[in-house]
Design a protein around this ligand. Structure first.
Ligand SMILES: O=C(O)C1=C[C@@H](OP(=O)(O)O)[C@@H](O)[C@H](O)C1
Ligand SMILES: C=C(OP(=O)(O)O)C(=O)O
Length: 444
């Protein structure tokens, strides 16, 4: 999971994207499937699990805390859980790699168990704020010793019984919401999270599927989510739908490269995740949904995407929570649109795997795209559909979404773009380059 040497890559235009690929399992759902199955009593089976490094970090941590997790030859993951309250003291530190979701959700889980865990991560993760989960979990009684600034490495000393709380989220974050709900699983009484702005709801959907007593109420204050503690989870057979965040790279690539016409199969279309489809359609993207269906309790469809002339928009700030990981690739779409796209209200981008506003501004400017950085977003003046200049070396900053977004930019550049390190792509999309080859006629 550590990458001793950076892997640079030169990306050149490859012509139109054609054909069809299936997008791999959703990262958010994959993390949760492993965690909840590890807390059920009995055997769960997970089909379509994302086998990216972030999810494998979750699997390793759940094993270290007592769950039995195995991958069968047919690709199905089989999990024997320890039961809520049954997590064991791990023998060594939990190595979280690059994964914020693993770290924050597991900090929640550990907080209400009588165990002590040390969390470590790579240079990117060690720079990300954990105060947002330390605050509520400390209110529940966990004793958390963090590095300066509320960062990793940190140690969580859980408490049993923990104290149920009612907590209003100060930032729109599904990770903070989920950390509190997971702590609430083994806490007597009712733990309540109020989210003024709705964020991805996979925890709520899946905990309910595993048999937890969870209620969601829409109120004037926002969504009020309550979980009854000392829960018993029942093992499940889970099918993980494809990741809309991974599909976004193809939606943009096919939209900007003339002559493209592709089908991206198996795209999860949970309403809390599809801001990018809405934003691209506002820009004039040609995206049609084929064969809408339900997979694992989530709406799924295949998406046909054809090249289209994109027009700049003001990205509605209220789309931010439903497309928070897609801004880097949206900035690339904007670089090919006619006019100046303005995105604001996305301050959270500054605390992801990299500062995604500054990193993308520097990368796009190096490729000849005019950008203006704001505290909470960016303005990008596009090429009006023509190739951008490219011809630059850009830094991915240990950030998979930056690396993949700049690959997409390279597909529409006049001169090659060199990405200094594409190894982070393996955290969320290990078969990304295979799919790129398939869509550009190089065979899968
Ligand atoms: O709950 C999750 O699975 C995630 C929530 C989001 O983070 P925040 O909760 O920090 O917004 C998102 O950026 C991340 O990729 C996955
Ligand atoms: C922000 C992301 O993930 P995480 O917070 O889990 O590192 C992401 O995948 O874009």
């Amino acid at each position: 999971m550590t990458h001793p040497l950076p892997q640079p890559l030169d990306v050149v235009a490859r012509g139109p994207l054609t054909g069809s690929i299936a997008v791999p399992g959703d990262k958010s759902i994959s993390h949760r499937a492993l965690m909840f199955a590890s807390l059920a009593v009995g055997t769960s089976r997970i089909t379509g699990l994302l086998e990216g490094e972030d999810v494998l970090a979750t699997a390793a941590a759940m094993r270290a805390m007592g769950a039995t997790i195995e991958r069968q030859d047919d690709g199905i993951w089989v999990v024997d859980g320890v039961g809520v309250g049954g997590l064991l003291q791990p023998a060594t530190a939990l190595e979280m790699g690059n994964s914020g979701t693993s770290t924050r959700l597991l900090m929640g889980l550990v907080s209400s168990h009588p165990i002590t865990c040390t969390f470590t991560g790579d240079a990117s993760l060690s720079g990300r704020p954990m105060g947002r989960v330390i605050e509520p979990l400390s209110q529940m009684g966990a004793d958390i010793a963090a590095s300066p600034g509320g960062k990793l490495p940190l140690m969580v000393r859980g408490i049993c019984p923990a104290v149920p709380i009612t907590y209003t989220l100060p930032v729109a974050s599904a990770q903070v919401k989920s950390a509190i709900l997971l702590a609430g699983l083994n806490t007597p009484g009712i733990t309540t999270v109020i989210e003024p702005v709705a964020t991805r709801d996979h925890s709520e959907r899946m905990l309910t599927g595993f048999g937890a007593q969870l209620t969601v109420e829409e109120t004037d204050q926002g969504r009020v989510i309550s979980i009854t503690g000392e829960a018993e989870l029942t093992p499940q057979d889970i099918v993980v739908p494809g990741d809309p965040s991974s599909s976004a790279f193809w939606l943009v690539a096919a939209s900007i490269v003339p002559g493209s016409d592709i089908v991206v199969r198996n795209v999860g279309l949970n309403p809390t995740r599809i801001g990018i489809v809405t934003a691209l359609r506002m820009m004039g993207a040609d995206i049609t949904e084929l064969d809408p269906r339900t997979v694992g309790g989530e709406p799924v469809a295949d998406l046909r995407v054809r090249h289209a002339a994109l027009t700049a928009i003001e990205v509605p700030a209220d789309l931010a929570p439903s497309m928070i990981d897609e801004y880097p690739v949206l900035f690339v779409a904007a670089a090919f649109a006619s006019g100046t796209t303005v995105a604001r209200g996305a301050h959270e981008l500054r605390v992801k795997e990299s500062d995604r506003i500054t990193t993308m501004r520097i990368a796009l400017e190096a490729c000849g795209v005019a950008c203006e950085e704001f505290e909470d977003g960016m303005a990008i003046t596009g090429s009006g559909g023509a190739a951008i200049r490219g011809g630059a070396r850009v830094a991915s900053k240990l950030d998979h979404r930056i690396a993949m977004s700049m690959v997409v930019a390279g597909l529409g550049s006049a001169e090659p773009i060199t990405i200094d390190d594409i190894s982070p792509v393996a955290t969320s999309y290990p078969v990304f380059f295979r799919s790129l080859d398939a869509l550009t006629g190089k065979g899968e």
